[in-house]
Design a binder for this molecule. Structure first.
Ligand SMILES: [Fe+2]
Length: 381
């Protein structure tokens, strides 16, 4: 109890010290008592934090995409992306702490000019069979479910070669690059023509059609007569992963037991080194068989789920998030999460993005599961 003159003076002096510390753009980090005003650990934890959240494709994303395509033309802007902003992180363009997910609609035959940037990115086709991405001279035409890489600092241009509008989503590690103060963009693409540097709106094609599949499309075999140094060498040299191949794999494993916490989970990997396609983020296809329900899992990696087939829901710390094709659910690290395929007859397939490689590289990664009997077990060791 504060009852002596000396104690009263000390409290006043402490209040004055705290005011002066904040005024000087510093913060106190010392424990004086456990009251909420002075629980410094809690204050450090209470900073802006991503929350579990979902975005509905049919009712929210799709109508806004079409309205934006109506109003934002290539003459006005070189890009037209709708970024999913986590309410816990707004106004930062971040869907979870380290990653952002954006949706894009490309009008028929629209190809944006080349650019490059420090964040790594992937694009995943949702609709349209002729989405286009040119990356460092490899022209990739892709459809629903195909995954295309545009690694950091590689020149790339996006568009649509088809006669119908095409929608795709992208995932970038941009919020991570931003936090590390390492963000940069370049839009001035040039090539050398007969000794003269000229600006170009399209990259000249330097690789044959389906180069990535031809060189890297069969696991376990590596052609030695081409260079595998592509881009900066920090990413998978295979720039497109076809959905058809993934579906074949998922089908092959459909009667396997799978993992009780993750179902049938297949990671996209760098075919040269067997590691995630980027140092910062990794991607999976996750299949839940009809009626399948995973056991609760908690990891400190943050994930983004985009269902591509089927429907169901995820329970995140007891809160239910329903999902259907092309929705996105953000599951920030640190929450118990389990998935339920809502159908007894149809499979569900989720596309999953995770910042797991970042946490693993830094030695921070942890993953726990809750068994059927309620026991908590560590899964990352
Ligand atoms: Fe880009």
């Amino acid at each position: 109890m504060v009852n002596t003159k000396r104690e009263i003076e000390r409290v006043e002096a402490l209040d004055s010290l705290h005011r002066d510390v904040y005024k000087s753009n510093m913060a106190p980090y010392w424990a004086i008592d456990a009251s909420s005003d002075h629980d410094e650990d809690q204050q450090v934890m209470d900073k802006r934090k991503a929350i579990p959240f979902s975005w509905n494709y049919e009712n929210a994303i799709k109508p806004l995409l079409y309205r934006s395509a109506e109003l934002i033309k290539m003459e006005n802007s070189e890009r037209r992306s709708l970024v999913l902003v986590n309410p816990g992180l707004a106004p930062s363009r971040a869907t979870v702490t380290t990653l952002y997910m954006a949706y894009r609609l490309n009008d028929p035959t629209e190809i944006m000019p080349p650019h490059r940037h420090s964040p790594n990115a992937i694009r995943l086709g949702l609709t349209g069979n002729q989405n286009f991405t040119g990356v460092e001279g490899e022209n990739i035409v892709f459809g629903p479910g195909d995954l295309v890489l545009t690694p950091h600092d590689t020149w790339h241009n996006h568009g649509n070669e088809g006669a119908e509008p095409a929608i795709n989503l992208s995932v970038l590690d941009l919020p991570l690059a931003e936090a590390l103060n390492s963000l940069h963009f370049e839009h001035d693409y040039t090539e050398e023509e007969e000794g003269v540097i000229v600006s170009k709106r399209m990259q000249s094609e330097r690789f044959c059609t389906n180069y990535s599949e031809q060189i890297y499309g069969q696991g376990g075999f590596l052609p030695r007569f081409v260079s595998h140094q592509r881009g900066t060498g920090n990413a998978s040299p295979m720039y497109v992963y076809r959905w058809e191949q993934m579906l074949e794999l998922l089908d092959r494993y459909k009667d396997w037991e799978g993992d009780p916490f993750e179902g049938i989970l297949i990671e996209y990997v760098d075919p040269l080194r067997g590691r995630p396609i980027y140092n910062t983020m990794t991607f999976f296809a996750q299949m839940l068989r009809p009626g399948e329900q995973t056991l609760p899992m908690k990891q400190n990696a943050s994930i983004l789920l985009a269902p591509l087939e089927g429907s169901g829901y995820s329970m995140i710390d007891g809160e239910r998030f329903d999902w259907a094709p092309f929705d996105t659910v953000a599951v920030p690290g640190g929450h118990w999460c389990e998935h339920v395929n809502g159908s007894q007859t149809d499979r569900a397939i989720l596309f999953v993005a995770s910042d797991e490689p970042t946490l693993k590289t830094l030695g921070f990664y942890s993953k726990f599961g809750k068994t059927g009997s309620g026991e908590i077990v560590r899964l990352d060791r």
